[in-house]
Design a protein around this ligand. Structure first.
Ligand code: DGY
Length: 321
């Protein structure tokens, strides 16, 4: 009997050929609607493998009755939506998609930094709304990026790729990470410092650390207070690293200057979210790795993680093996 694989969202069929050859596959057929929790639970009762997304919570409730489940393959580098410890205790492999999205996510992170510093979304709306009547000396004047100091919190693969981009802009690069990174220091010239020192010295504070119990809400009132009042905060990692009401206060009261946010504590957010209402926030909908090329590569890697695990082989990338 073929193994049973459940895919939690509509994925282009042409990328799934190998999966169809070796398994019975069922796909939740909506592109923009997440699978309801009751259906996910029902499917997990039967599935040998699940192809999941960052928006699918897979914790104790979903894993309470999954006797056949051998692999959870998350189509993301992050896996904070999954209770990895529980999965591991049940012998379930947790796969993810590092590397293939590194440059794409770094491009977006840097684009968000530039967009926030140079007020690009505001400027684009200004023209589209037909508000541009004169050239004037300080019209939509932003903040320079070149030769400023960037502080990267979380110097993993994406942090390093962002640092390379910052080097191209002649920025002074600081970083904070659990461990020192020789490549970042020797090849890119990034300087290690404590979290506090990074907050104090950076013009751009860029959050790229994973969400863990240790990093939850590390960007809080105390952290924002230590930043320059001219600082711009960029988050392209997970919203859970930020205390959003503290960030809102900091932005409202001039404690920091602005923020570019690709991620939020609870996604999706609506237009009435307090951070979206602020003029000094550029908010975008968790699109760090969203290019067709990279999303195709992530799908292919997720498929390979499933195929290999079901064949008893080593997946391309697993977080608990
Ligand atoms: C990831 O890969 O973790 C992103 O947040 C989703 O692409």
């Amino acid at each position: 009997m073929k193994p049973y694989v459940f895919i939690t969202r509509k994925i282009p069929e042409q990328l799934l050929t190998e999966l169809y050859e070796m398994a019975e596959v069922k796909m939740w057929e909506h592109e923009d609607v997440p699978v309801p929790n009751n259906i996910l639970k029902e499917e997990l009762e039967r599935a040998d493998a699940v192809f999941s997304l960052v928006s699918d919570p897979i914790g104790s409730e979903q894993l309470s009755n999954c006797p056949n489940l051998k692999v959870i393959a998350n189509m993301a580098v992050g896996y904070d939506n999954i209770d990895v410890r529980l999965a591991t205790s049940k012998g379930i492999v947790v796969g993810h998609t590092p590397d293939v999205l590194t440059d794409t996510t770094a491009d977006l992170t840097f684009a968000l930094l530039l967009a926030t510093a140079r007020r690009i979304p505001e400027a684009a709306s200004y023209v589209k709304n037909d508000e541009w009547s004169q050239w004037s000396p300080y019209l939509l004047a932003g903040t320079d990026v070149h030769h400023k100091t960037i502080g990267i919190v979380g110097m993993g693969r994406i942090g390093e790729a962002v640092a390379r981009r910052a080097k191209g802009f002649d920025m002074n690069i600081l970083y904070h990470n659990r461990s020192r990174k020789a490549v970042a220091e020797q090849e890119i010239g990034a300087q290690y410092c404590t979290f506090e020192e990074l907050l104090k010295q950076s013009d751009y504070v860029v959050c790229l650390a994973p969400l863990t119990p240790e990093t939850k809400e590390i960007f809080n009132a105390k952290a924002f207070q230590q930043m320059k009042d001219s600082a711009i905060f960029i988050n392209a990692s997970r919203g859970g690293l930020v205390n959003e009401s503290d960030l809102e206060e900091a932005l409202k009261n001039g404690v920091i200057k602005g923020a570019g946010l690709d991620v939020f504590a609870k996604e999706p957010i609506r237009v009435n979210h307090p951070l979206v209402q602020l003029p000094n926030v550029v908010a975008i909908p968790h699109i760090g790795s969203a290019t067709v090329e990279t999303r195709d590569a992530m799908v292919k890697m997720t498929v390979q993680n499933i195929v290999r695990s079901l064949k008893g082989e080593q997946p391309i990338a697993a977080v608990n093996l």
